[in-house]
Design a protein around this ligand. Sequence first.
Ligand SMILES: [Zn+2]
Ligand SMILES: [Zn+2]
Length: 256
Amino acid sequence: MLFDTHVHLNADQFADDLEETIARAHEADVKYMTVVGFDRKTIPLAIQIAEDYDHIYAAVGWHPVDAIDMTEEDLQWIEELSSHPKVVAIGEMGLDYHWDKSPADVQKEVFRKQIQLAKKLKMPIIIHNREATDDIVEILKEENAAEVGGIMHCYSGPVETAKECIDMNFMISLGGPVTFKNAKLPKEVAEAVDLEHLLVETDCPFLAPHPNRGKRNEPAYVKLVAEQVAELKGLTYEEVSKRTTENALKFFRIKS
Ligand SMILES: [Zn+2]
Ligand SMILES: [Zn+2]
C-alpha cells in the first residue's frame, strides 16, 4: 500500500470528480494521502477533505509564490488550525524563484516565520523549493529547522544537498520527475538515498509521471513513482511501497 505525501485534491481541477479520484487512488494501492493547503482558499478545503475521508490528512502553510499576501492574521490562523486532529504538518512553505510575484526578501521572511511557528508548535514542515536550493538550505540551518524536521517535497536537487537535508532530519520526497527520461538528478537521488529517508508523492494535479506527463496528475499515479524508485534501487515495488508508507506514517505521527 502507498502513501501519497503531497496532493492538492483541494485544487479546482478536482472540484468535479473528487470522489472518483479518491476511488481510483484506492484501486491503485494508495491508502493514505496528505492534502496540502497553501493559501486562504486551499487551506479550509484541505481540512474539509481530511475531515470527510478516512486516511486523508492535511498540512497547512503559506506558499512562497504568494508570500507577499500573507498577513499576521494568516499566520495566527495557521497556528489555530494546527491543533486540528488531522493536521499533520506545517507547509507547504519555502522559496520559489521561478515566479516573481513575491520578492525574495519577502519570501524569506515568510519562510522564516513559518519555521519559527512550526518549532513553537513542535510540528514538522513541508518545503517547496524551486530554483532556490542554496537559500533554502541556508535558512533551514540558520533557523535550526532540524529541531522539527520536515519533507523536501518533490525533491529535484543534487544528491549532496539531499544528504545535507537528511542530516537536518529531513525526508526526501520523490514525485513525477523521477520517471521523466531526461531527469538525471531525481534518478540519482533515488539510487543514492537510503530507502529509510525516502517518501513518494504526486503533487497532483501537477507534474504527472511518465507516461501521463502533461495530463492532469492524480494520486493513483503515485504507483508509477514507486515503481520507478523500485526499478532504480533494484528492489521490488512491494518493498518500496511498504517502506515508504511506514516512513510517512512515522513522519506524520499517524497511528495506523
Ligand atoms: Zn510545492
Ligand atoms: Zn504542493
